[in-house]
Design a protein around this ligand. Sequence first.
Ligand SMILES: Cc1cc2nc3c(=O)[nH]c(=O)nc-3n(C[C@H](O)[C@H](O)[C@H](O)COP(=O)(O)OP(=O)(O)OC[C@H]3O[C@@H](n4cnc5c(N)ncnc54)[C@H](O)[C@@H]3O)c2cc1C
Ligand code: SF4
Length: 437
Amino acid sequence: MTLIGKRLETQLHDKKPLYTDSEAKAEAERCLYCVDAPCIKACPTTIDIPTFIKKIASGNTRGAAKTIFDQNLLGHSCARVCPVEVLCAGDCVYNAWEREPIAIGRLQRFATETSTAPGQKPLYVAKKNASPKKVACVGAGPASLAFAGAMALEGHTAVVLEKRAVAGGLNTTGIAPYKLHAEDALHEVDWVRGFGVEIKTGMEVDADSAKKLLAEFDAVFLGVGLGADTKLGIPGEDGAGVVGATAWIEAMKLDATTPSTKDLRVLVVGGGNTAIDVARECAQLGAADVAMVYRRTEKDMSGYEHEMEGARVEGVRLVSNSIPVSVVRDPNGKVTALRVARGEQGKAVAGSEHDLPCDLIALAIGQSKLHELAKHFPGVELDAKGCIKADPATGQTGNAKVFAGGDAINGGKEVVNAVADGRNAARTLIARFTAKA
Ligand SMILES: Cc1cc2nc3c(=O)[nH]c(=O)nc-3n(C[C@H](O)[C@H](O)[C@H](O)COP(=O)(O)OP(=O)(O)OC[C@H]3O[C@@H](n4cnc5c(N)ncnc54)[C@H](O)[C@@H]3O)c2cc1C
Ligand code: SF4
């Protein structure tokens, strides 16, 4: 799919632009190339960070990219979207001396982006006709792409089925544009496609197609992510003026007809990272006022501190200890306020209701689980939270032919966790295929 029109996300600019050669070299030379590097242990895909940084310092940018991709085929998007502050850079030894940690994400972006730019020689060539094995993936998000890419490089046939018109999963539809725009996510999808992965969009896997996949393929990987935004279940919530956070972000990123939030008063309900993202996106689009409404105190919020700090700098307010009671609409149905009660320990205090005036309410209180899909694959079970049960080290589900990874098994973590799951499942299966050959 080609992205068309002046989509709202094009108004939001890259917060950490690509380093120039000399900026990258200068930053790389600050690294101490620690022997027992804590940054490696903090990375869910255990990229050899000091080695790739050393290669950048010595001018071997393609070698640096290879070190990254050997562990993480989606090293480009991870470089841009990973919360490095709480992962690799958060564990960099410089923090102990209260000095700025190495900008690992930006160095990773430099290596991966420059080495995969159009016109660059391929870094990998897939083994040709090496295997008669065929694998299918359900969903074309980071988990499936990491799985399918690794399988294709080993010469196995890898087919990805995606229900949406675009591939890339939340990298394309959900990530804040000031980290990654949709076209950059699609560039990465094309890079993986270049290994020989076949990606079919507009194909939703249901009971019938699940049966066919199990019959026609040697293995199936479920990388379906999460479902629709959760609702509050309060009066007045249904109708114009109240949007689900991920649905709104997807429209803002991909649909040129989405109205801007410029000059609107926006309330975002929730205290996680998606809530902070929506609030920052609305603020950057020129909203008149943006406030996050959260039922408990700030220290109870699951959103990252560094993201909340960024939101505050952009003018986002936090209305804590406030529990939504109803959506207030005028006689024409237009949203005018969110009625909230004061919260104590997350519970509403009787008689404390008051109105927070607004024009738009975004609900960022979670996403549903895609329970139905698992039922189409005999032997695949769900855990108590509704996630697909799979061994986190191998991706193996209760059906020997079926593997799973990403948000569908962990309930919603980061892109790098999804990539690690896809990669681990591929390594398990490659070893199995090789042993049987
Ligand atoms: C708003 C938002 C912002 C985020 N920001 C960040 C961030 O800055 N950094 C970060 O590291 N992480 C971020 N995350 C988390 C990250 O995006 C996810 O952890 C990651 O994308 C999970 O990858 P996945 O492949 O498991 O699932 P997804 O990316 O969700 O991909 C699943 C794909 O499966 C498809 N699918 C579902 N059912 C079917 C079916 N039956 N048939 C065919 N296809 C199907 C879906 O359409 C989707 O394309 C964010 C999440 C959200 C919601
Ligand atoms: S911990 Fe910091 S200084 Fe040490 S290798 Fe990692 S990035 Fe370099």
